[in-house]
Ligand binder design. Sequence first.
Ligand code: ZN
Ligand code: ZN
Length: 413
Amino acid sequence: MLKAVLVIGDGMADRPLKELNWKTPLETAHKPSLNHVAKTGISGIIDPISPGIPPGSDTATLALLGYNPLKTYSGRGPLEALGSNIEISRGDVALRCNFATVDENLVILNRRAGRIENEDGSKLAASLRKVKLKESDVDFLFKNTVQHRAVLVLHGSKLSPSVSDSDPGKAGMKILEAKPLDKSEEAERTAIILNELTCKFHEVLKKHPVNIERTKHGKLPANAILCRGAGVVPNVTSLKEIYDVDAVCVAATSLVRGACKAAGMKLVDVKGATGTPQTDFIAKARTAVQMLKQNDFVLLHVKAPDVASHDGNIRQKIEVIEKIDKMVGYILENVNLEETVLAVTSDHTTSSFTGNHEGDPVPVVISGFGVRIDGVESFGERECARGGLHRIRGMDLMPILMSLLGRTKKFGF
Ligand code: ZN
Ligand code: ZN
């Protein structure tokens, strides 16, 4: 049976830049392996969501896994929770949270509590978990993930994700009251619970020994929790059920891991994989190749190009693209393309000029047994646009890959 690897360079696609003589970082980078995939494959461009719509990494990943993002996306919080190995079931409401520093009037001084260390975050989170809610039929889980980041999961009956954020998104503003976003009893109840937690969390945090110690050492106290992005687990059918494939996700970013977990994929942890430009690219490639032995589909995601683009660091973006090229080189050396389909794409365009995700299409290439090789010889935004795949939607990629694997079902007789 054929197998498939999908390599996703997060935010790898870009717009032409003046600094690069109006070429993109991908067009500028030295990338013999990516070009080899283009030469031996079929190329095209993808609108991750639809033309002109700037995608988030969450909606784009769901799309690249074959789901209609407009129908399945149900918020960032639950994906973040799933990706951080937090169990969350249907009916639970999950939110992304930040440890923050506020003054006595609950005005935010720092949204990240000075990027609080993981150890301090863990101690504070342990105390927050002891808070008791008035409503006895609802319980909650609060877990810190990395630095100031945390996840809150509400579990119980009659909850709703239709609540507004308590996080105003910037310093200098007061913590917001969470409000119901519809007229349902559930939304109202959920908002009340969230506001109760905001108050109780602040009471615990402001006198917590960890924060007293932080203040003594001139560090910002993490004396409040800001919440945003309420959502429920997306209601999607697993890849196993749709295509009968055992699928694995090699990614460090919790949001991408969460989307993969929602699709029923196994998550693997790679030593040295950090979700930053300093990640161990080859360790990830090695893990992907190993995973392919026992599984049918491996998604290999690298966050680094997106980080460089948000920082407007063109040089670094080119460097990480060249490292992704070496990673793809490792895969080419270690898998047999007569037995494996290899695809490379990006989840969205991130402009190094604007520092934002943009709605431009991204390049894609598929190489392996059965593909109709076209004349494209280089992997880039403009070169791939000349290829035989033409212009497809994000959600079209997975059926195309699975059809090459012989895993799609006939429609009609
Ligand atoms: Zn992304
Ligand atoms: Zn981004």
